[in-house]
Write a protein that binds this ligand. Structure first.
Ligand SMILES: Cc1ncc(COP(=O)(O)O)c(C=O)c1O
Length: 368
């Protein structure tokens, strides 16, 4: 059987480092907001290439805290519009509505599956104040065009880098391109903890301080509360584990690129659209390997019978979810087409060569 993601195998490679890290934390007697979080924040900021990194509880909180920070700083006002790709994971949109801001759902480019700059231009209004760029599936969604739109229209840019740790755009890492970025360390991510975790990266000192306070009950000093904050902390154990895993991230992303290349060279079914290999291979860290097929459900069942696990990212688009009745009547044909046809093949740094071949053979043998 080829697992979609062998998490145990992924983490087994770090067994000694993780055990050492856990012992270090136990022995320290200090379990929150201590040396491990401080050290991880500085190592991750160096890795991403920003002046600041603030650990928090998860990726959704990281997104929410950035927007809340801008509201507290007076850079956003309630009901301001935030542009966001319509085909993103729900968390991107939840962070906007959680802050009483208005998500404006924008169709992606059908070739890259990333937010389409032409569609961004079409949806701009005087109330548009921010743009959320989601590097979906691990592929860089940034472009000079997006940068131009943001600067011409004075938009704040938030990157959702939950799926793209280590991705590079023209020598700079995603997570350092916009005004602030949110990262998730959910176990299945390219850099995953052994539980939940998240972080905000930014060069903006005021935002960094505000987010740090907001994530700690809104507290500037012990028992002094400047904001109505929340409790959203990365704990010492998860920070120590992430420190053990971070040095291997680039090598793991390299392995993902090799697998993606093998899939693209080996799969040759006429009813499958493969993702385009980017011109610059550093601009995709292949969190997900998304193929598109009009026969998606049949293909998934066929692969299951052949012992190959796949997932759909995602089966129901955000605008069709029960939690957003206000979007129900929107027509977003590209987004709906992606949700109807997308299938994610197994990809991870611990896949064996014969597993990769088994996936290719199984996909190619699908009768069409
Ligand atoms: C694109 C995207 N944004 C945000 C999140 C939220 O991250 P978390 O699960 O850590 O809250 C996720 C992942 O789950 C995601 O894939």
């Amino acid at each position: 059987m080829v697992k979609f993601l062998d998490l145990k195998g992924v983490n087994n490679r770090f067994r000694n480092e993780i055990s050492d890290a856990m012992e270090r934390v136990i022995d320290s007697g200090w379990y929150l907001l201590g040396k491990e979080v401080g050290a991880f924040e500085s190592e991750y900021a160096d890795y991403i290439g920003t002046n600041h990194c603030i650990g928090c509880a998860n990726g959704l909180d990281a997104l929410t805290l950035i927007l809340k920070g801008w509201l507290e700083m007076g850079l956003l006002q309630p009901e301001d519009e935030v542009i966001v790709p319509a085909n993103t994971y729900i968390a991107s949109i939840l962070s906007i509505t959680e802050n009483n801001l208005r998500p404006v759902l924008v169709e992606p480019d059908p070739h890259t599956l990333q937010i389409d700059p032409d569609n961004i231009r079409r949806t701009l209004t005087p109330r548009t104040k921010a743009l959320m760029v989601v590097h979906l599936y691990g592929r860089c969604a940034w472009s000079e065009e997006i940068e131009k739109i943001a600067s011409e229209n004075g938009l704040l840019v938030i990157e959702d880098n939950a799926q793209a740790h280590g991705c590079v755009f023209k020598g700079k890492r995603t997570g350092s391109l916009g005004d602030a970025a949110a990262h998730s360390f959910y176990p299945g991510k390219n850099l995953g903890a052994l539980g939940d975790g998240g972080a905000v990266t930014t060069d903006d000192e005021t935002l960094a301080r505000t987010v740090r306070e907001l994530a700690n009950y809104g507290s500037s000093r012990k028992y002094v509360f400047d904001y109505r904050g929340r409790n959203s902390r990365l704990d010492e154990l998860q920070a120590a584990i992430l420190r053990a895993k971070l040095p291997r991230l680039d090598a793991d992303n390299g392995r993902r690129r090799e697998i993606a290349r093998e899939y693209c060279q080996g799969i040759n079914s006429s009813i499958i659209t493969l993702p385009q290999l980017p011109e610059n291979e550093e601009s995709n860290v292949w969190h997900v390997f998304p193929i598109l097929s009009p026969q998606r459900d049949r293909l998934q069942a066929y692969l299951r019978d052949k012992g190959i696990q796949t997932l759909i990212h995602y089966p129901i688009p955000p605008h069709k979810q029960k939690c957003y009745p206000e979007f129900r009547n929107m027509s977003l044909p590209i987004t709906e087409w992606i949700h109807d046809t997308e299938l994610s093949l197994p990809i991870s740094p611990v896949m064996e060569p014969e597993e990769i071949l088994a996936v290719i053979e199984a996909v190619n043998s699908f009768p069409n």
